[in-house]
Design a protein around this ligand. Structure first.
Ligand SMILES: Nc1nc2c(ncn2[C@@H]2O[C@H](COP(=O)(O)OP(=O)(O)OP(=O)(O)O)[C@@H](O)[C@H]2O)c(=O)[nH]1
Length: 609
């Protein structure tokens, strides 16, 4: 199976990935393949072998892609695991570039979902050979005939071409592996050309530094070789090079054309080894990088503040550490009059934001307040100045000529009976209908252009509740549009509280103001004096509530003048004060900030059906 130079003969290699909607069983199938090919024995098999991070396992989602080498029938199969969430679509696209084939995995009880479509289109764009597969055929609720037809209709094949498997029982998985060998084209590349390898993943490991996953397109990468990263021009030496099967195995011969493996250079930050970049030899560099490199671009911003102000240095340290493992995370310090010192952080999307926050809280033991998420607005002033606004506090005063907001192309899939509910929801979020197609008699694909700012709050939850969980959603950024947006400030006793300001559409400003004022009225305790809560656009007040003054002071409770009791009460009050923030003269308990800023459960928690 090896050529004269020692690498695997490319004609015997098959590189493939599995694309599927969340929960359709990708990890289970991958696990079964590990077992059937003998890479993992029965005893050491633990469920979802490939999902390494704890958070991933707990949430049952795949965040980081990985590649595993599977021996099968005299061939080498490289299975590249792709992440399944829209936030990570760039990583998906890079994993696809590393393959020649894709297994399109569809739950036989659910049919095609929005994510399946999005990934399928990406795979077709990358010219991959598609193997359509229905999974979970062991389920009593499976309707393989119905969904085979849907798939056949979608990709233009015969229903009999759609394979049927169960990742759980292993039924049909051997046949699927045979089919991969028979139908996925072997990689082609120029073995004599200067090396070019695509980085499709890079992961920080505490002990070994950054582990970079690559697919060699041309040439050869060896051990102790000086390599060059073509986007940054950084040079490193490969300390170790090998394949994963399923644990790392050092390959003294290096990696040749078509091979998939990892390399370690001792760098400590994933930013030095970026997904999408091309690795070449420093001594004999390639003339041109592989196409398609993109710098990760944050789409959603939010402020993160420690609940206890003293934790600010810990938060900084934690972010610095997380960053080593996450090339897409950006942050810079900011301060808020209400919340103290914190960081403005940029994320790829909502799930990414949730994951970062959860890791900060869980791995670094930090208690955090996050401000409402924001998208990036481009504001043009009448005098021609242009500014980028990622935070309501940056929203300019004065004469604004235009505001542009980011929009996404959203694909929604649902049973036809929910068309009305979905359209009502999208219309209410300023969506514009682009088209609608029936996938089968009773299932429909609806396409909308929607402002990103309108879907980052609770769109997903609303969609699920209005369709009883049957709709699925996928979206991709597609430029920007003009929008009539305003900044709504919330004032306590005439003083604006920066943490509660928001940029919203003019038509929704009133509703936001009323809701926030009501919420705060309930959350802020009475003070010695009356506290007006106002919502305002500039100088114009659009909503108002009042917190009435406290009638008695705390000591009034202590009848009889028991001095020790009095002292205890004062102590207690002092204790309470520590967790208060002063906004002007008004004492606001920390909990009020947390409660007012939480929008209930985040939609990113539940990307599942
Ligand atoms: N009955 C049955 N259940 C299955 C099968 N394959 C997967 N499941 C179940 O379906 C659920 C989702 O499976 P996963 O393998 O975690 O799905 P996934 O597509 O990897 O999910 P993400 O990593 O979140 O994208 C789990 O509860 C599995 O036990 C199958 O063939 N039959």
């Amino acid at each position: 199976m090896r050529t004269q130079t020692g690498q695997t003969d490319p004609t015997l290699i098959r590189n493939f990935c599995i694309i599927a909607h969340i929960d359709h069983g990708k990890s289970t199938l991958a696990d079964r393949m590990l077992q059937i090919t003998g890479v993992v024995d029965e005893r050491s098999m633990r469920a979802q072998y490939l999902d390494r991070m704890d958070i991933e396992r707990e949430r049952g989602i795949t965040i980081k892609s990985q590649a595993v080498r599977l021996p099968w029938d005299g061939h080498v199969l490289n299975m590249i695991d792709t992440p399944g969430h829209v936030d990570f679509s760039y990583e998906v696209s890079r994993s696809l570039q590393a393959c020649e084939g894709a297994i399109l995995l569809v739950d036989a009880a659910q049919g095609i979902e929005a994510q399946t479509l999005a990934n399928l289109y990406m795979a077709m764009n990358a010219n991959l050979h598609i193997i359509p597969v229905l999974n979970k055929i062991d389920l009593p609720a499976a309707q393989p005939d119905k969904y085979a037809e849907e798939i056949a209709h979608l990709i233009g094949c015969e229903t009999s071409d759609v394979l049927r498997v169960s990742g759980k029982t292993g039924m049909g998985v051997r046949e699927l592996l045979d089919h991969v060998v028979a139908s996925v084209p072997p990689p082609v590349g120029d073995a004599d050309a200067p090396a070019r390898a695509l980085i499709f993943d890079s992961v920080y490991d505490t002990y070994r530094g950054v582990v970079t996953y690559v697919r060699v397109m041309d040439g050869h990468l060896g051990k102790r070789e000086r390599i060059l990263m073509m986007s940054t021009l950084a040079q490193h030496e490969t300390l170790e090079i090998g394949v994963i099967s399923p644990e790392p195995k050092v390959s003294d011969l290096g990696l040749g054309v078509g091979e998939v493996g990892y390399l370690i250079t001792g760098v400590k930050d994933v930013r030095q080894s970026r997904v999408g970049d091309t690795v070449t030899s420093a001594a004999k560099p390639a003339g041109e990088a592989l196409g398609g490199y993109e710098h990760p671009k944050p789409m959603v911003y939010s402020g993160l503040y420690p609940i206890d102000g003293d934790d600010f240095p810990e938060l900084r340290e934690a972010l610095d550490k997380l960053r080593l493992n996450d090339a897409a995370l950006v942050y810079e310090p900011e301060s808020s009059a209400a919340l103290g010192f914190g960081f403005r952080c940029g994320f790829l999307g909502l799930l990414h934001m949730e994951i970062v926050r959860e890791r900060l809280e869980r791995e670094f033991n930090l208690a955090l307040i996050s401000t409402a998420p924001n998208v990036i607005y481009r504001v043009v002033m009448e005098d021609g100045r242009e500014m980028i606004v990622t935070n309501p506090s940056e929203f300019p005063e004065g004469k604004i000529a235009e505001i542009h907001e980011p929009v996404v192309k959203a694909t929604l899939l649902a049973p036809a009976e929910y068309i009305g509910a979905i359209m009502e929801l999208c219309q209410g979020r300023r969506g514009s209908l682009q088209g609608m197609d029936y996938l089968s008699e009773d299932r429909v694909e609806i396409r909308y252009i929607l402002p990103l700012g309108e879907i980052i709050f609770d769109f997903f939850d609303q969609l699920k509740s209005k369709t009883r969980g049957y709709a699925s959603l996928d979206y991709e950024p597609t430029g920007e549009q003009d929008a009539d947006l305003v900044k709504v400030d919330i004032l306590l006793q005439g003083e604006a509280v920066d943490a509660f300001s928001a940029i919203v559409h003019r038509d929704k400003a009133y509703a936001y103001g009323v809701e926030m004022a009501k919420k705060l009225k309930e959350l802020i305790p009475r003070q010695q004096f009356e506290v007006p809560i106002q919502a305002a656009i500039g100088a114009r007040v659009i909503a108002r509530e009042n917190i009435r003054a406290m009638r008695k002071d705390v000591l009034a409770k202590c009848y009889g003048g028991d001095i020790s009791r009095k002292r205890k009460l004062l102590e207690k009050q002092k204790e309470g004060k520590k967790r208060m923030k002063m906004v002007g003269r008004v004492e606001v308990p920390q909990e009020a900030f947390v409660a007012a800023l939480s929008t209930g459960e985040s939609s990113a928690d539940k990307p599942k059906k």
